[in-house]
Design a protein. Structure first.
Length: 175
C-alpha cells in the first residue's frame, strides 16, 4: 500500500515505515502530524484517486527532527560586464516517519489517530483574479471657445502658403 501526499508545494510517494524530508513544518520532534492532502492511495488491486484530493483520506506521520540541508552555492555571472555574485543557501527541512495511511478517517477513533497536531491546512485553490473595473477616462479639459469660422483654404493654396518663395539669384558678369 502506498499513497501520494502533497505538502510544501511538492508531492511525495509514501509507504508505511518510510522516512522522508519535507519542507519545514513548525512542529517539535516527537509530535505527530496528519497530512490531509492525499492525492492517491493504492492498495493491491484497489486504487483511490482524488480530484484533486481524497476528502476522507489522511496519512499519519511522526516528526523525527527539524534540520537544515547542506549548503548550495548560487553563482550568477554576466559575461563581459564585470558582474559576479556568489551566495549560499541552506534550506530548512523536517524529517518525518510515516506511521499509517488511512483511507477513511471518519471510522477511526481519536485514540488511534493519537494526539495529532492540527492537520496541515490545505492551500486555498487559486481563483481567477477579479475583473478590474474599466478605467474611467480623465475628464477632458475645458475647451476654449472656437473662433469664428475661417474660410477653408484649398490644398493648392495651403501648399503655396507653406513654402516661402525664394528670391531668384541673378548674377551679372562683366567682361
Amino acid at each position: 500500500m502506498f499513497a501520494v501526499i502533497q505538502t510544501g508545494g511538492k508531492q511525495y510517494v509514501v509507504k508505511e515505515g518510510d522516512q522522508l524530508s519535507v519542507e519545514k513544518l513548525d512542529i517539535e520532534p516527537g509530535k505527530t502530524v496528519l497530512f490531509d492532502r492525499v492525492l492517491l492511495i493504492e492498495e493491491g488491486e484497489k486504487t483511490l484517486l482524488g480530484a484533486p484530493v481524497l476528502e476522507t483520506a489522511v496519512v499519519k506521520a511522526q516528526v523525527v527532527e527539524n534540520y537544515r540541508d547542506d549548503k548550495i552555492i548560487v553563482f550568477k555571472k554576466i559575461r563581459r560586464k564585470q558582474y559576479r555574485r556568489t551566495r549560499g543557501h541552506r534550506q530548512s527541512l523536517t524529517k518525518v516517519a510515516i506511521i499509517k495511511i488511512y483511507t477513511d478517517k471518519s471510522g477511526i477513533s481519536a485514540e488511534e489517530l493519537g494526539a495529532a497536531v492540527a492537520p496541515i491546512a490545505p492551500t486555498a485553490p487559486k481563483t481567477a483574479p477579479k475583473p478590474k473595473a474599466p478605467k474611467k477616462a480623465a475628464p477632458a479639459p475645458a475647451a476654449a471657445p472656437e473662433p469664428a469660422a475661417k474660410p477653408k483654404k484649398t490644398a493648392k493654396a495651403a501648399k503655396a502658403a507653406a513654402k516661402p518663395k525664394a528670391k531668384a539669384k541673378t548674377k551679372k558678369t562683366e567682361k
